[in-house]
Ligand binder design. Structure first.
Ligand code: I3S
Length: 168
């Protein structure tokens, strides 16, 4: 299900573990239900899979499986480290195994075309480092990580994707 030698399909491809809740669906407010999701950005699609732990209990990161956990660490390496050719090529390689690591199909997909992302205001959540993502279809999501470096990277990646695919 994965092909580690294939190049990333898009420069905006990224994956990692995030906390996510919908707050609006098709324009209607829904009750918050924060879940830890393995999240994949692929072109203009943002995919969420439930973090299932790969069948084995891995107690260190919200139920992520060991491969998921290691990939999330890898994808949050310091920017300076990423400039190193070996690290950079490993990140490219690892981004092509996003789905292999999660062992499950996306349970929820967001079309980013025509959407918008911004930092969530305090009244949206009491948590730190929260992004608010609005889609053209009237779905609003909150996306959160306790790690500000991780959430900053996602903010940039989501902005890039939205602006790259704005006119499709
Ligand atoms: O915006 P809210 O409704 O204050 O969000 C909190 C609630 O959804 C709460 O659930 P219950 O209303 O079922 O008790 C959640 O447990 C909290 O996490 C929500 O707030 P934060 O500020 O964490 O997004």
């Amino acid at each position: 299900d994965s092909c580690p030698s294939s190049p990333p399909t898009s420069p905006s491809q990224k994956c990692g573990l995030l906390n996510m809740t919908k707050i609006t669906e098709h324009g209607k407010k829904v009750r918050k239900n924060w879940t830890s999701s393995w999240t994949v950005l692929q072109g203009s699609a943002l995919l969420f899979t439930k973090s299932q732990g790969g069948g084995t209990s891995w107690p260190y990161h919200n139920g992520a499986s060991l491969p998921e956990f290691l990939l999330s660490l890898l994808s949050s390496w310091k920017p300076a480290a990423k400039k190193h050719p070996a690290v950079s090529s490993e990140l490219h390689r690892s981004s092509s195994v996003c789905f292999g690591a999660s062992q499950s199909k996306p349970e929820f997909t967001v079309d980013l075309r025509g959407g918008a992302v911004e930092w969530a205001s305090k009244d949206k959540s009491s948590k730190k480092h929260v992004l608010e993502l609005k889609t053209r279809q009237g779905t609003e999501l909150l996306i959160q990580s306790d790690n500000d470096g991780v959430i900053n990277e996602w903010f940039r990646a989501l902005q890039d994707s939205i602006s790259t695919h704005a006119w499709e």
